[in-house]
Write a protein that binds this ligand. Sequence first.
Ligand SMILES: Cc1cc2ncn([C@H]3O[C@H](COP(=O)(O)O)[C@@H](O)[C@H]3O)c2cc1C
Ligand SMILES: O=C(O)c1cccnc1
Length: 343
Amino acid sequence: MEILKKTIEGIEKINRESMNSKEKELNSLLKTPRGLGKMEDLAIQLEGIKENYTPDKKIVLVMAADNGVEAEKVSASKRVITQYVVEAMLSGNSSVNSLAVSFGADVKVVDLGIDSEKDFFGIINRKIMKNGTRNIRRESAMTREEAVKAIETGIEIVDELAEKGYNLFALGEMGIGNTTTSSAVLNVLTDIPLEEIVGRGSGINDQTLEHKKNVVKESIKINDPDKTDPLDVLAKVGGLDIAAMTGAFLGCAKNRIPVVIDGLISGVSALLAYKLAENSRDYMIPSHLSEEPGMKWLMKEMDLEPVFLMNMKLGEGSGAVLMFPFVEAACKITKDVRLYPDV
Ligand SMILES: Cc1cc2ncn([C@H]3O[C@H](COP(=O)(O)O)[C@@H](O)[C@H]3O)c2cc1C
Ligand SMILES: O=C(O)c1cccnc1
Protein backbone atom coordinates (compact mmCIF):
# COMPACT_ATOMS: atom_id res chain seq x y z
CA MET A 1 0.00 0.00 0.00
CA GLU A 2 3.00 2.27 0.64
CA ILE A 3 4.01 2.35 -3.07
CA LEU A 4 0.46 3.19 -4.15
CA LYS A 5 0.09 5.88 -1.50
CA LYS A 6 3.42 7.51 -2.41
CA THR A 7 2.59 7.35 -6.12
CA ILE A 8 -0.79 9.02 -5.65
CA GLU A 9 0.84 11.73 -3.54
CA GLY A 10 3.54 12.21 -6.18
CA ILE A 11 1.20 12.92 -9.11
CA GLU A 12 1.25 16.63 -9.90
CA LYS A 13 -1.00 18.64 -12.17
CA ILE A 14 0.57 19.40 -15.53
CA ASN A 15 2.23 22.80 -15.92
CA ARG A 16 -0.29 25.53 -16.87
CA GLU A 17 2.40 28.12 -17.58
CA SER A 18 4.15 25.91 -20.12
CA MET A 19 0.78 25.14 -21.70
CA ASN A 20 -0.08 28.83 -22.01
CA SER A 21 3.23 29.66 -23.64
CA LYS A 22 2.83 26.74 -26.07
CA GLU A 23 -0.63 28.00 -26.95
CA LYS A 24 0.78 31.47 -27.63
CA GLU A 25 3.51 29.98 -29.77
CA LEU A 26 0.95 27.99 -31.79
CA ASN A 27 -1.14 31.14 -32.26
CA SER A 28 1.88 32.99 -33.68
CA LEU A 29 2.36 30.54 -36.56
CA LEU A 30 1.49 30.94 -40.23
CA LYS A 31 -1.89 29.15 -40.07
CA THR A 32 -5.49 29.88 -39.18
CA PRO A 33 -6.15 30.27 -35.45
CA ARG A 34 -6.51 26.79 -33.94
CA GLY A 35 -6.31 25.51 -37.50
CA LEU A 36 -4.72 22.24 -36.46
CA GLY A 37 -7.52 21.55 -33.96
CA LYS A 38 -6.88 18.58 -31.71
CA MET A 39 -3.27 18.41 -32.85
CA GLU A 40 -2.81 21.77 -31.14
CA ASP A 41 -4.54 20.53 -27.98
CA LEU A 42 -2.18 17.58 -27.98
CA ALA A 43 0.88 19.80 -28.46
CA ILE A 44 -0.27 21.94 -25.53
CA GLN A 45 -0.94 18.93 -23.29
CA LEU A 46 2.47 17.41 -24.08
CA GLU A 47 4.21 20.70 -23.27
CA GLY A 48 2.34 20.77 -19.93
CA ILE A 49 3.57 17.27 -19.21
CA LYS A 50 7.17 18.08 -20.07
CA GLU A 51 8.80 21.13 -21.64
CA ASN A 52 10.11 20.43 -25.16
CA TYR A 53 8.76 16.90 -24.97
CA THR A 54 9.51 14.49 -27.81
CA PRO A 55 8.96 10.74 -27.74
CA ASP A 56 12.29 8.89 -27.71
CA LYS A 57 11.36 5.29 -26.94
CA LYS A 58 7.78 4.11 -27.44
CA ILE A 59 6.17 1.08 -25.89
CA VAL A 60 2.92 -0.85 -25.87
CA LEU A 61 2.69 -2.40 -22.43
CA VAL A 62 0.30 -5.36 -22.28
CA MET A 63 -1.05 -6.61 -18.95
CA ALA A 64 -2.09 -10.25 -19.20
CA ALA A 65 -4.09 -12.38 -16.78
CA ASP A 66 -6.95 -14.84 -16.73
CA ASN A 67 -10.34 -14.04 -15.32
CA GLY A 68 -12.33 -16.54 -13.22
CA VAL A 69 -15.60 -15.31 -14.71
CA GLU A 70 -14.66 -17.05 -17.97
CA ALA A 71 -16.17 -20.16 -16.32
CA GLU A 72 -19.62 -18.54 -16.73
CA LYS A 73 -19.31 -18.78 -20.54
CA VAL A 74 -19.50 -15.02 -21.04
CA SER A 75 -16.91 -14.95 -23.83
CA ALA A 76 -16.85 -16.28 -27.38
CA SER A 77 -13.40 -17.65 -26.63
CA LYS A 78 -11.97 -20.22 -24.27
CA ARG A 79 -9.63 -19.35 -21.41
CA VAL A 80 -6.66 -20.99 -23.15
CA ILE A 81 -6.80 -18.27 -25.84
CA THR A 82 -5.22 -15.87 -23.32
CA GLN A 83 -1.96 -17.83 -23.39
CA TYR A 84 -2.11 -18.48 -27.14
CA VAL A 85 -2.35 -14.74 -27.83
CA VAL A 86 0.36 -13.97 -25.27
CA GLU A 87 2.67 -16.47 -26.97
CA ALA A 88 1.94 -14.82 -30.31
CA MET A 89 2.72 -11.42 -28.79
CA LEU A 90 6.03 -12.68 -27.43
CA SER A 91 7.07 -14.01 -30.83
CA GLY A 92 5.98 -10.78 -32.54
CA ASN A 93 2.95 -12.29 -34.24
CA SER A 94 -0.15 -10.88 -32.64
CA SER A 95 -2.21 -7.98 -34.04
CA VAL A 96 -0.63 -5.40 -31.77
CA ASN A 97 2.89 -6.41 -32.85
CA SER A 98 1.98 -5.96 -36.48
CA LEU A 99 0.83 -2.39 -35.83
CA ALA A 100 3.61 -1.56 -33.36
CA VAL A 101 6.28 -2.38 -35.95
CA SER A 102 4.79 0.20 -38.32
CA PHE A 103 4.84 2.83 -35.60
CA GLY A 104 8.31 2.07 -34.25
CA ALA A 105 7.15 0.85 -30.85
CA ASP A 106 8.27 -2.08 -28.72
CA VAL A 107 5.72 -4.46 -27.20
CA LYS A 108 6.22 -5.89 -23.72
CA VAL A 109 3.91 -8.33 -21.97
CA VAL A 110 3.47 -8.77 -18.21
CA ASP A 111 2.06 -11.98 -16.69
CA LEU A 112 -0.03 -11.09 -13.65
CA GLY A 113 -1.88 -14.41 -13.56
CA ILE A 114 -2.10 -16.32 -16.82
CA ASP A 115 -3.61 -19.72 -16.04
CA SER A 116 -0.66 -21.75 -17.31
CA GLU A 117 2.36 -23.59 -15.97
CA LYS A 118 4.41 -22.50 -18.96
CA ASP A 119 7.53 -20.45 -18.68
CA PHE A 120 6.79 -17.87 -21.38
CA PHE A 121 10.01 -16.78 -23.05
CA GLY A 122 10.45 -13.00 -23.01
CA ILE A 123 7.56 -12.26 -20.63
CA ILE A 124 7.86 -10.03 -17.58
CA ASN A 125 6.84 -12.60 -14.97
CA ARG A 126 5.02 -10.91 -12.09
CA LYS A 127 2.41 -13.56 -11.36
CA ILE A 128 0.20 -12.60 -8.42
CA MET A 129 -2.49 -15.30 -8.71
CA LYS A 130 -1.35 -18.56 -10.26
CA ASN A 131 -4.58 -19.42 -12.08
CA GLY A 132 -5.94 -15.94 -12.55
CA THR A 133 -8.69 -14.27 -10.53
CA ARG A 134 -11.62 -15.97 -8.84
CA ASN A 135 -15.03 -16.05 -10.50
CA ILE A 136 -16.84 -12.77 -9.71
CA ARG A 137 -20.21 -14.46 -10.25
CA ARG A 138 -19.46 -16.50 -7.08
CA GLU A 139 -17.02 -14.42 -4.99
CA SER A 140 -14.55 -11.52 -5.02
CA ALA A 141 -12.11 -11.56 -7.91
CA MET A 142 -9.27 -10.66 -5.56
CA THR A 143 -8.64 -9.66 -1.98
CA ARG A 144 -7.94 -5.98 -1.49
CA GLU A 145 -4.28 -6.91 -0.87
CA GLU A 146 -4.05 -8.79 -4.18
CA ALA A 147 -5.59 -5.85 -6.03
CA VAL A 148 -3.17 -3.39 -4.44
CA LYS A 149 -0.25 -5.69 -5.23
CA ALA A 150 -1.29 -5.79 -8.89
CA ILE A 151 -1.62 -1.98 -9.00
CA GLU A 152 1.80 -1.60 -7.38
CA THR A 153 3.28 -4.07 -9.87
CA GLY A 154 2.00 -1.83 -12.69
CA ILE A 155 3.62 1.18 -11.03
CA GLU A 156 6.95 -0.63 -10.55
CA ILE A 157 7.06 -1.85 -14.14
CA VAL A 158 6.49 1.67 -15.48
CA ASP A 159 9.28 2.90 -13.17
CA GLU A 160 11.63 0.24 -14.56
CA LEU A 161 10.73 1.00 -18.18
CA ALA A 162 11.01 4.76 -17.63
CA GLU A 163 14.48 4.11 -16.23
CA LYS A 164 15.29 2.37 -19.53
CA GLY A 165 14.28 5.49 -21.46
CA TYR A 166 10.70 4.72 -22.54
CA ASN A 167 8.80 7.98 -22.57
CA LEU A 168 5.62 7.22 -24.49
CA PHE A 169 3.29 4.44 -23.37
CA ALA A 170 0.19 2.73 -24.75
CA LEU A 171 -1.60 0.46 -22.29
CA GLY A 172 -3.24 -2.73 -23.49
CA GLU A 173 -4.31 -6.08 -22.10
CA MET A 174 -4.98 -9.71 -22.82
CA GLY A 175 -7.32 -11.83 -20.71
CA ILE A 176 -10.37 -13.73 -21.87
CA GLY A 177 -13.42 -12.53 -19.92
CA ASN A 178 -12.15 -9.03 -19.27
CA THR A 179 -14.93 -7.18 -21.08
CA THR A 180 -17.23 -8.71 -18.44
CA THR A 181 -15.11 -7.57 -15.49
CA SER A 182 -14.51 -4.11 -16.92
CA SER A 183 -18.23 -3.68 -17.66
CA ALA A 184 -18.97 -4.56 -14.04
CA VAL A 185 -16.43 -2.01 -12.76
CA LEU A 186 -17.80 0.67 -15.08
CA ASN A 187 -21.38 -0.02 -14.04
CA VAL A 188 -20.54 0.28 -10.34
CA LEU A 189 -18.40 3.42 -10.69
CA THR A 190 -20.94 5.28 -12.83
CA ASP A 191 -24.71 5.47 -12.93
CA ILE A 192 -24.79 4.29 -16.51
CA PRO A 193 -27.28 1.43 -16.96
CA LEU A 194 -25.94 -2.04 -17.70
CA GLU A 195 -27.89 -2.17 -20.98
CA GLU A 196 -25.75 0.73 -22.23
CA ILE A 197 -22.47 -0.83 -21.15
CA VAL A 198 -22.30 -4.56 -21.79
CA GLY A 199 -21.17 -5.51 -25.28
CA ARG A 200 -20.12 -8.46 -27.39
CA GLY A 201 -16.45 -8.53 -26.35
CA SER A 202 -14.58 -10.99 -28.53
CA GLY A 203 -17.78 -11.78 -30.46
CA ILE A 204 -20.76 -13.33 -28.62
CA ASN A 205 -24.25 -13.86 -30.06
CA ASP A 206 -27.51 -12.23 -28.87
CA GLN A 207 -28.34 -15.03 -26.44
CA THR A 208 -24.92 -14.94 -24.78
CA LEU A 209 -25.10 -11.15 -24.61
CA GLU A 210 -28.26 -11.38 -22.47
CA HIS A 211 -26.56 -14.02 -20.31
CA LYS A 212 -23.48 -11.78 -19.95
CA LYS A 213 -25.63 -8.88 -18.76
CA ASN A 214 -27.16 -11.16 -16.11
CA VAL A 215 -23.74 -12.37 -15.00
CA VAL A 216 -22.56 -8.77 -14.57
CA LYS A 217 -25.73 -7.90 -12.64
CA GLU A 218 -25.45 -10.94 -10.36
CA SER A 219 -21.72 -10.43 -9.79
CA ILE A 220 -22.38 -6.91 -8.56
CA LYS A 221 -25.25 -8.10 -6.36
CA ILE A 222 -23.22 -10.93 -4.80
CA ASN A 223 -20.11 -8.83 -4.13
CA ASP A 224 -21.88 -5.60 -3.21
CA PRO A 225 -18.88 -3.31 -3.91
CA ASP A 226 -18.70 0.14 -2.34
CA LYS A 227 -18.92 2.52 -5.33
CA THR A 228 -17.18 5.29 -3.37
CA ASP A 229 -14.11 3.07 -2.90
CA PRO A 230 -12.36 2.34 -6.25
CA LEU A 231 -10.10 -0.28 -4.65
CA ASP A 232 -13.11 -2.19 -3.31
CA VAL A 233 -14.77 -2.14 -6.74
CA LEU A 234 -11.56 -3.26 -8.46
CA ALA A 235 -10.89 -6.09 -5.98
CA LYS A 236 -14.45 -7.41 -5.98
CA VAL A 237 -15.50 -7.28 -9.65
CA GLY A 238 -12.32 -6.28 -11.55
CA GLY A 239 -9.26 -8.25 -12.58
CA LEU A 240 -5.49 -8.43 -12.31
CA ASP A 241 -5.10 -7.02 -15.83
CA ILE A 242 -7.29 -4.02 -14.98
CA ALA A 243 -5.45 -3.49 -11.69
CA ALA A 244 -2.00 -3.59 -13.28
CA MET A 245 -3.08 -1.14 -15.99
CA THR A 246 -4.52 1.14 -13.30
CA GLY A 247 -1.09 1.11 -11.66
CA ALA A 248 0.61 1.75 -14.98
CA PHE A 249 -1.59 4.81 -15.63
CA LEU A 250 -0.67 6.11 -12.18
CA GLY A 251 3.01 5.27 -12.73
CA CYS A 252 3.12 7.16 -16.03
CA ALA A 253 1.51 10.20 -14.39
CA LYS A 254 3.99 10.09 -11.51
CA ASN A 255 6.91 9.91 -13.97
CA ARG A 256 5.39 12.71 -16.10
CA ILE A 257 5.08 10.43 -19.12
CA PRO A 258 2.21 10.67 -21.63
CA VAL A 259 0.14 7.50 -21.79
CA VAL A 260 -2.40 6.49 -24.43
CA ILE A 261 -5.68 4.79 -23.51
CA ASP A 262 -6.80 1.87 -25.68
CA GLY A 263 -10.34 0.40 -25.59
CA LEU A 264 -12.88 -0.46 -22.90
CA ILE A 265 -10.63 -2.39 -20.52
CA SER A 266 -7.74 0.05 -20.75
CA GLY A 267 -10.28 2.88 -20.40
CA VAL A 268 -11.86 1.41 -17.28
CA SER A 269 -8.36 1.17 -15.78
CA ALA A 270 -7.80 4.82 -16.70
CA LEU A 271 -11.06 5.69 -14.95
CA LEU A 272 -9.95 3.83 -11.82
CA ALA A 273 -6.62 5.70 -11.89
CA TYR A 274 -8.52 8.99 -12.27
CA LYS A 275 -10.75 8.10 -9.31
CA LEU A 276 -7.66 7.30 -7.22
CA ALA A 277 -5.70 10.39 -8.30
CA GLU A 278 -7.59 13.09 -10.21
CA ASN A 279 -4.42 14.67 -11.65
CA SER A 280 -3.49 11.44 -13.44
CA ARG A 281 -6.00 12.28 -16.20
CA ASP A 282 -3.78 15.17 -17.35
CA TYR A 283 -1.24 12.62 -18.61
CA MET A 284 -3.73 10.46 -20.49
CA ILE A 285 -4.34 10.65 -24.23
CA PRO A 286 -7.48 9.06 -25.69
CA SER A 287 -7.16 7.12 -28.95
CA HIS A 288 -10.08 5.26 -30.55
CA LEU A 289 -13.74 4.70 -29.79
CA SER A 290 -13.93 0.95 -29.21
CA GLU A 291 -17.12 -0.70 -30.44
CA GLU A 292 -17.82 -1.86 -26.90
CA PRO A 293 -20.87 0.27 -25.99
CA GLY A 294 -19.46 1.26 -22.60
CA MET A 295 -16.57 3.09 -24.24
CA LYS A 296 -18.45 6.25 -25.21
CA TRP A 297 -19.88 6.59 -21.69
CA LEU A 298 -16.50 6.01 -20.18
CA MET A 299 -14.98 8.78 -22.30
CA LYS A 300 -17.83 11.12 -21.32
CA GLU A 301 -17.29 10.28 -17.65
CA MET A 302 -13.64 11.34 -17.96
CA ASP A 303 -14.40 14.30 -20.21
CA LEU A 304 -12.15 12.89 -22.93
CA GLU A 305 -12.88 12.68 -26.63
CA PRO A 306 -11.60 9.77 -28.70
CA VAL A 307 -9.82 10.67 -31.92
CA PHE A 308 -10.31 7.64 -34.16
CA LEU A 309 -13.49 5.93 -35.31
CA MET A 310 -11.95 2.68 -36.54
CA ASN A 311 -14.64 0.10 -35.62
CA MET A 312 -11.99 -1.67 -33.56
CA LYS A 313 -12.91 -4.17 -30.85
CA LEU A 314 -9.75 -6.03 -30.05
CA GLY A 315 -7.77 -4.69 -27.12
CA GLU A 316 -4.04 -5.57 -26.80
CA GLY A 317 -3.26 -1.85 -27.11
CA SER A 318 -4.01 -2.09 -30.85
CA GLY A 319 -6.04 1.14 -30.99
CA ALA A 320 -3.76 3.07 -28.66
CA VAL A 321 -0.60 2.52 -30.70
CA LEU A 322 -2.26 4.29 -33.66
CA MET A 323 -1.90 7.51 -31.69
CA PHE A 324 1.92 7.36 -31.57
CA PRO A 325 2.62 9.13 -34.91
CA PHE A 326 0.11 11.84 -33.93
CA VAL A 327 1.98 12.43 -30.69
CA GLU A 328 5.23 12.65 -32.64
CA ALA A 329 3.74 15.07 -35.18
CA ALA A 330 2.19 17.28 -32.48
CA CYS A 331 5.64 17.82 -30.94
CA LYS A 332 7.03 19.11 -34.23
CA ILE A 333 4.48 21.80 -35.18
CA THR A 334 6.12 24.74 -33.43
CA LYS A 335 9.56 23.61 -34.61
CA ASP A 336 8.62 23.38 -38.29
CA VAL A 337 5.95 25.97 -39.10
CA ARG A 338 6.92 29.56 -39.97
CA LEU A 339 5.77 32.56 -38.00
CA TYR A 340 2.86 34.66 -39.23
CA PRO A 341 4.38 37.75 -40.89
CA ASP A 342 3.88 41.20 -39.45
CA VAL A 343 1.71 42.63 -42.28
C1 LIG B 1 -7.89 -14.38 -30.73
C2 LIG B 1 -8.14 -13.23 -29.78
C3 LIG B 1 -7.20 -12.22 -29.67
C4 LIG B 1 -7.43 -11.18 -28.79
N1 LIG B 1 -6.70 -10.11 -28.50
C5 LIG B 1 -7.35 -9.39 -27.62
N2 LIG B 1 -8.52 -9.95 -27.32
C6 LIG B 1 -9.51 -9.35 -26.46
O1 LIG B 1 -10.58 -10.23 -26.15
C7 LIG B 1 -10.72 -10.46 -24.76
C8 LIG B 1 -11.95 -9.80 -24.22
O2 LIG B 1 -13.12 -10.31 -24.78
P1 LIG B 1 -14.06 -11.25 -23.93
O3 LIG B 1 -14.46 -10.49 -22.73
O4 LIG B 1 -15.23 -11.51 -24.84
O5 LIG B 1 -13.32 -12.49 -23.61
C9 LIG B 1 -9.49 -9.89 -24.11
O6 LIG B 1 -8.54 -10.88 -23.94
C10 LIG B 1 -9.07 -8.82 -25.10
O7 LIG B 1 -7.76 -8.43 -24.97
C11 LIG B 1 -8.61 -11.09 -28.04
C12 LIG B 1 -9.57 -12.11 -28.14
C13 LIG B 1 -9.34 -13.18 -29.02
C14 LIG B 1 -10.36 -14.25 -29.14
O1 LIG C 1 -12.54 -2.31 -26.22
C1 LIG C 1 -11.71 -3.20 -26.05
O2 LIG C 1 -10.61 -2.96 -25.54
C2 LIG C 1 -12.04 -4.62 -26.43
C3 LIG C 1 -13.15 -4.92 -27.15
C4 LIG C 1 -13.42 -6.24 -27.47
C5 LIG C 1 -12.55 -7.23 -27.08
N1 LIG C 1 -11.47 -6.91 -26.38
C6 LIG C 1 -11.20 -5.62 -26.04
